[in-house]
Design a protein around this ligand. Sequence first.
Ligand SMILES: *[C@@H]1O[C@H](CO)[C@@H](O)[C@H](O)[C@H]1NC(C)=O
Ligand SMILES: *[C@@H]1O[C@H](CO)[C@@H](O)[C@H](O)[C@H]1NC(C)=O
Length: 323
Amino acid sequence: MAWSSFHCSFLLVIPNIPANAKWAQNGVTVAGSYGKGNDTNQLYGFYCLFVDDDQTVGIADYVNNRIIQWKKDDTNGQVVAGGNGKGSGLNQLNGPMHVLIDKETDSLIICDSWNRRVVRWSRRSGTTQGEILVGNIRCYGLAMDDQRYLYFSGKHKDEVRRYQLGDNTGTLVAGDNGKGTGLNQLNTSTYLFVDQQQTVYVSDWDNHRVMKWSKGATEGIVVAGGQGTGNALTQLSYPQGLFVDTLGTVYVAEQGNNRVTRWPQGATQGTVIVGGNGAGAGANQFWAPMCLSFDRYGNLYVVDYYNKRVQRFSLEGEFRCAV
Ligand SMILES: *[C@@H]1O[C@H](CO)[C@@H](O)[C@H](O)[C@H]1NC(C)=O
Ligand SMILES: *[C@@H]1O[C@H](CO)[C@@H](O)[C@H](O)[C@H]1NC(C)=O
């Protein structure tokens, strides 16, 4: 197990997932699945999550207009932002689409989509309201890089923009050449991932592909799919949540195929790592997987949209780190 502790030390930053790693095929529900509603054990129409170092899972609970987090093994969540009904007050959210942790300020950064703003809520207990970071933007995807630049995609826009905190205009980093299938185009940009070199990965939903735009590039390259919609291993179907590990391997949740596939750098086809067993509520199934993330031990978390649950898939035996 000598290599394992070496490998685990990497996980403190970004999981460095071995190329041949495997995950349990049955997921464990770590949040939700108690039907729709606004009790603290329920979730209602949500797309995205974060996973903290202590395996706390936080969810942008879209229809309930709140961010709710589950500590590991909790049966009820705790509301940490919003939860004061739909509205535009600083203590409210309206359709939170996405959430991430800003470690440096120990706060949450939230795409408050129908309020057309990005807000920050401190994670200190007793916080009752947020502050506006960026206004006049209806975002869908959200990411932050090492230098604390924020990146947004808009569901009805075909571009990705980067914002420095305090700057309301932003810089275009991908797309904005009209809808289309060209390498400099996107057709509905959804989820994002940004790596340490400020390379932007974006799910190009209607083109059934994942694009990679290096910093300063004028066009992207296809790193997954791009062969039309279908369930062959060379294809994606309605890609959503994304993650890219330190080896450049792309993990993508496919809404249309109810599976998560993994695409090593340069690969022309993916491998199914979980799901792919049809739409359903079984432990090895999804019904429209959305956001995905890993914890620092390499376990995979997936938002299973229509099942209203978050599923965790454990990294298997020999690849697992001691917790
Ligand atoms: C929770 O749901 C109930 C029933 O639909 C509703 O009356 C109540 O206003 C909701 N609470 C919040 C904070 O949205
Ligand atoms: C974008 O995707 C939609 C849905 O598949 C399609 O109808 C439309 O033609 C596409 N637009 C372009 C310009 O490729």
